[in-house]
Design a binder for this molecule. Structure first.
Ligand code: EPU
Length: 441
């Protein structure tokens, strides 16, 4: 069964939404529980697809995962961890990118890992070469097998001096999850330092790990033999918060995002203010609103933290179609994250995508023929269209474009949006959006 949204646009989204734990932390904290010899408790867990996938993978490996029916808190007990049948693991092939992070914890827990072919958003090639190189540097043996990869470590995992060619979020997490119980010291340079990574480090420290983060992207981990459990409240999802902030601008609305955290969103908030968006920053969340009048065009480059996050780019581009003038956006994290603009152009937006780097940050894609810079001219009146959702953030961007457009849009493939936006149709209803949802076979 898949669902179709029929959206009648032109209604400003107004009201309140509540944002829970970050999609880019929660599944990883769940994986970390495998490293302990006691149960862990994870709080502020959203109901999203990646949490389901990781729950199922952990259960296949003998981890007991119990969800509190009232709070949604998860208790994860790894005491009976065991090897899972590869056919059962295979059933998750293509579901998510998180399984690659099970490698280190599974090797520590049961001596080997089989990881199914990965899924995740189609926003570039998304290779796993950094992950595999990191594992090899810890002493793991990586073997390609039908349906996935098998990883073992006949002599255990050993601390290493590792340098990442690019501050990859996933590869940094791979190092953290492998090094905490490896023998000896690991020094990682060129690390990513996103708030979700710092929160994962907080989780590991609660378990007994010894990790220090230096200001020059170096992370030092002193391996320990055993780890205990943790009790942790996940940091809130700054990407979902930023998406609702852009939705308020695009639809000329006014949304209070409960759970939005100023500290983790400073770069986004600076940009939002420059575009002309209104905000009131409170203790328990942030109110984002259109102030009336014109929005300002921008020159913007995405980058690793503390830069402007790539996941904020797509919804903000929709807002820039409503700004008064020419905006330039240079995507430097993923080579192929402007595919979603095709649908916006069909809806009436004026956007050209270019192969050249239109920005000053040295970028890996400039000489390689990728359409990774966009020039957006505004303001343009968006009109309804038929849209098939391409990826998580692109899909949310299409939704908010349809909600702002004149006329009716029919949006298919919306299940992808459930991967990262908890109960988004309920939230849209609460904000006054005018839409129907139907199921097709
Ligand atoms: N890369 C490689 N080889 C690797 C790993 C990464 O070349 O082995 C490249 C990627 O192709 C990309 C760049 O390095 O060009 C950065 O990728 P990174 O590893 O940082 O991304 P990720 O860990 O796969 C996470 C989030 C993404 C988010 C990025 C960047 C999760 C589950 N996903 O992905 O979130 O965009 O970090 O911050 O944490 C989203 O939420 O919509 C999303 C895609």
């Amino acid at each position: 069964m898949s669902s179709v949204l029929t959206i009648r646009g032109g209604v400003p989204l107004t009201g309140r939404v509540s944002v829970r734990g970050a999609k880019n932390l929660v599944p990883k904290a769940m994986v970390a529980a495998l490293l302990g010899n006691e149960p862990s408790v994870l709080r502020n867990v959203p109901e999203i697809k990646d949490v389901e996938v990781v729950t199922s993978l952990l259960q296949l490996h003998g981890v007991t995962v119990v969800k509190d029916p009232l709070s949604g808190d998860l208790t994860l007990d790894p005491k009976a961890a065991k090897t899972a049948p590869s056919t059962a693991i295979d059933a998750h092939a293509g579901d998510s990118r998180i399984p690659i992070l099970l490698c280190g914890p599974l090797i520590h827990a049961i001596g080997e890992a089989f990881i199914p072919d990965l899924g995740g958003c189609k926003i570039g090639d998304r290779p796993i070469d950094y992950h595999l190189n990191v594992l090899r540097q810890f002493g793991a043996v990586v073997e390609k097998r039908p349906g996935g990869i098998h990883i073992s470590a006949p002599k255990g995992l050993h601390g290493a001096k590792i340098n990442l060619p690019y501050p990859s979020v996933g590869a940094t997490e791979q190092v953290l999850l492998s090094a905490t119980r490896a023998e000896g010291i690991t020094e990682l340079s060129g690390a990513a330092t996103e708030p979700e990574i710092i929160d994962l480090i907080a989780v590991l420290q609660k378990m007994g790990a010894i990790i220090s983060v230096q200001t020059d992207r170096t992370i030092r981990i002193e391996g320990v033999r055993d780890l205990g459990g943790y009790n942790h409240r996940a940091l809130s999802d700054r990407n979902e918060s930023a998406s609702w902030a852009s939705a308020a601008l695009v639809t000329r609305g006014d949304i209070f995002v409960e759970g939005a955290s100023q500290r983790d969103m400073m770069t986004f908030l600076n940009t939002y203010r420059k575009v002309g968006g209104g905000m009131d920053i409170g203790e328990d969340g942030i109110r984002f609103y259109h102030r009336g009048g014109k929005l300002n065009p921008l020159v913007l480059e995405t980058d690793v933290h503390p830069g402007f996050m790539t996941d904020w780019q797509q919804p903000l581009v929709v807002a820039l179609t409503q700004a008064d003038g020419v905006s330039i956006v240079h995507e430097t994290v993923y080579e192929n994250r402007f595919g979603f603009t095709d649908a916006l152009i069909r809806m009436g937006a004026s956007i050209q995508v270019h192969r050249e780097c239109l920005g000053s940050v040295p970028c890996r894609f400039g000489q390689r023929n990728f359409l990774h810079s966009a020039v957006i001219s505004g303001p343009t009146q968006l009109k309804g269209a038929d849209i098939d959702v391409p990826d998580l953030r692109g899909g949310f961007s299409h939704l908010i474009a349809a909600l702002a457009a004149s006329g009716t849009s029919r949006v298919t493939g919306i299940d992808i949006i459930n991967r990262g936006y908890e109960r988004f149709t309920e939230k849209l209803s609460g904000l006054g959006a005018d839409f129907d949802i139907t199921s097709t076979k």
